[in-house]
Write a protein that binds this ligand. Structure first.
Ligand code: NAP
Length: 281
């Protein structure tokens, strides 16, 4: 199988290249392919002639998107439109990776795949626009929404918590932001299963269960053996930032589970990650 990956130097793009090791992979990063350049995207896809394209490239800095919504739309909206148009032109099924931030987080029971989009910040709006482009342009697509990703090569919540805990011994973490911490390795395995099914549609691939940022931080500290660190619970309004994340942004994996794609519970995945990439490093 020939697979084209955009965002090949990011957390997910890098991990997919290891997970899909039996495939013939073309992976592009921003220096060699800017997804905002339509002609370049068309040339790259027509040259590679992939059987499937996995679109991981995105402007993922949520606060950066809040500061510059036009750039957020340009990369996430227009860039995805370009990729989808190239897939349509050359008959390539597309996996579009999306986010829990396409939902406002006001729904306390969390979100199933078919619920209406209602983004509450510029990053979420740009990713919602991207989903609509994919759905309007293509017949054969998988939209895979995920959340709170972490990977060894990424700058993510785990590294922020560990660095601050080691440097200061004190943390202040919000209790009113709820989501699904997700190990990129598990997401990549689920995508590898999905692309074999041709069961096109919308999926929520997150490690199962959900927690607050504060709970997540406590579990990271416990697994790292950092017992002496003070983790003070705070509310979001006490932690000012440009973007407003969904307060209850938990996703439920209903569609994937129905076709046999399950992701393990988040504490199990986190323990695995910490064991391999933090504790025994
Ligand atoms: N990280 C999360 O917690 C999270 C949660 C939910 C959904 N997602 C979604 O999951 C997908 C993968 O996320 P990730 O964590 O792997 O993100 P990531 O590590 O930030 O990787 C994204 C990649 O896209 C590249 N990129 C940015 N602008 C580009 C452009 N104009 N043309 C080509 N490439 C460009 C970035 O390159 P530079 O580094 O050079 O800018 C980066 O390598 C994204 O669609 C994201 O929206 C992520």
């Amino acid at each position: 199988m020939r697979i084209f990956i955009t965002g090949g130097q990011g957390q997910l793009g890098t991990t997919l290249q290891t997970t899909l090791k039996n495939a013939e992979i073309t992976a592009t990063g921003q220096p060699d392919l800017d997804i905002c350049e339509k002609e370049a995207v068309f040339t790259a896809v027509s040259t590679a002639k992939p059987d499937v394209l996995i679109h991981c490239a995105a402007y993922t800095n949520v606060d950066g998107c809040a500061r510059d919504p036009e750039l957020a739309y340009r990369v996430n909206g227009l860039g995805t439109q370009n990729v989808a148009l190239a897939c349509q032109q050359f008959g390539v099924p597309m996996v579009h990776v999306s986010t829990n931030e396409v939902f406002s987080g006001q729904q306390e029971n969390g979100y199933e795949e078919w619920m209406p989009l209602c983004p509450a910040n510029p990053y979420g709006r740009s990713k919602a626009a991207a989903e609509l482009h994919v759905q309007n342009i293509l017949n054969r697509f998988y939209i895979v929404r995920t959340a709170w990703l972490y990977a060894p090569q990424g700058r993510n919540f785990i590294h922020t918590i560990l660095n601050r805990a080691r440097q200061t011994g004190q943390l202040r973490v919000v209790t009113d932001e709820i989501g699904n911490p997700t190990y990129v390795h598990d997401l990549a395995k689920a995508i590898a299963q999905l692309i074999k099914t041709q069961q096109y549609g919308i999926y929520h691939f997150v490690n199962s269960g959900h927690c607050s940022r504060w709970d997540f931080a406590n579990e990271i500290l416990r697994l790292a053996g950092l017992d002496g660190v003070t983790n003070t619970p705070i509310l979001s309004h006490e932690f000012e930032r440009p973007s407003t994340p969904p307060p209850f942004g938990a996703l439920h994996n209903i569609a994937g589970a129905a076709i046999g794609i399950h992701l393990r519970p988040w504490p199990e995945a986190l323990a695995d990650y910490m064991h391999h990439h933090v504790i025994n490093r």
